[in-house]
Design a protein around this ligand. Structure first.
Ligand SMILES: CC(C)(COP(=O)(O)OP(=O)(O)OC[C@H]1O[C@@H](n2cnc3c(N)ncnc32)[C@H](O)[C@@H]1OP(=O)(O)O)[C@@H](O)C(=O)NCCC(=O)NCCS
Length: 199
């Protein structure tokens, strides 16, 4: 069973979510070097955007992500024994529509170990009940199949292709796939605690 140290973002407090051996926790200023290093990865710059072009930008971005007070996002550092391995963020939280969008990246050296899948599963497992969400959307470029694998393995359903729907880090508009997970979608097979195996 997923445990969280708080059950709402209305009270502003960011929280920590255990996810197997991973810990999802709020961003800290001290994470800036690890995030700056990750943002040098061409795939992250391409698919997540490069809205931080200097270490100072990263520090400012992390400060925004650590502040949940607006209620429109819940952003987590994905860590293992104190090391930042990735990022997962629930953004565009819309209480009226009971929906939100999820985004993520994994540092290059940590890829292929199920980090992103476990992080997405953990955040969804917390957010549906804690935030009263009914639908979480996930979008990725058709040209980014690794992200599609994360979506499928995290229990999302592909709903269709959006044509030239988003301008990515290469400056080009890409077709995207839209996926969703609903609050009453079936639990992931064999992983009630949100720890999917590989394969
Ligand atoms: C997409 C990304 C987050 C996946 O992170 P990860 O921690 O390695 O993800 P997981 O280990 O949980 O799963 C990765 C899956 O993608 C698959 N994959 C990796 N590269 C792939 C590729 N080029 N084509 C197809 N599948 C690929 C892996 O094989 C794995 O699936 P499998 O377990 O069925 O074999 C990571 O590659 C990344 O950060 N990419 C750059 C940024 C990005 O794309 N962010 C998402 C924006 S929507």
């Amino acid at each position: 069973m997923l445990r969280a140290s708080a059950d709402t973002i209305d009270g502003v407090d960011a929280l920590e979510l255990p996810a197997g051996e991973l810990l999802l926790r709020p961003w800290r200023g001290g994470d800036a070097p690890a995030v700056w290093a990750a943002l040098q990865d061409p795939a992250i710059r391409l698919w997540n955007g490069a809205d931080a072009s200097s270490p100072d930008d990263v520090a400012a971005m992390l400060a925004r992500r650590a502040d949940w007070s607006a209620g429109d996002h819940a952003s987590f550092a994905v860590t293992f024994r104190g090391t930042v391995l990735g990022s997962v963020s629930l953004h565009s939280i819309d209480p009226a529509q009971a929906d939100a969008e999820i985004g993520y990246w994994t540092a290059p050296a940590a890829r292929g170990r199920g980090i992103a899948v476990r992080a997405v599963v953990a955040v969804c497992g917390w957010a549906f009940p804690a935030l009263g969400l009914d639908r979480i959307e996930l979008l990725h470029a058709v040209d980014n199949p690794a992200s599609g694998r994360v979506a499928a393995k995290a229990g999302f359903t592909c709903e269709g292709r959006l044509r030239r729907s988003y301008r990515y880090g290469d400056g080009l508009k890409h077709d995207e796939l839209l996926w969703s997970r609903l609050s009453d979608d079936p639990p992931l097979a064999g992983s009630p605690a949100g720890r999917p195996g590989r394969g």
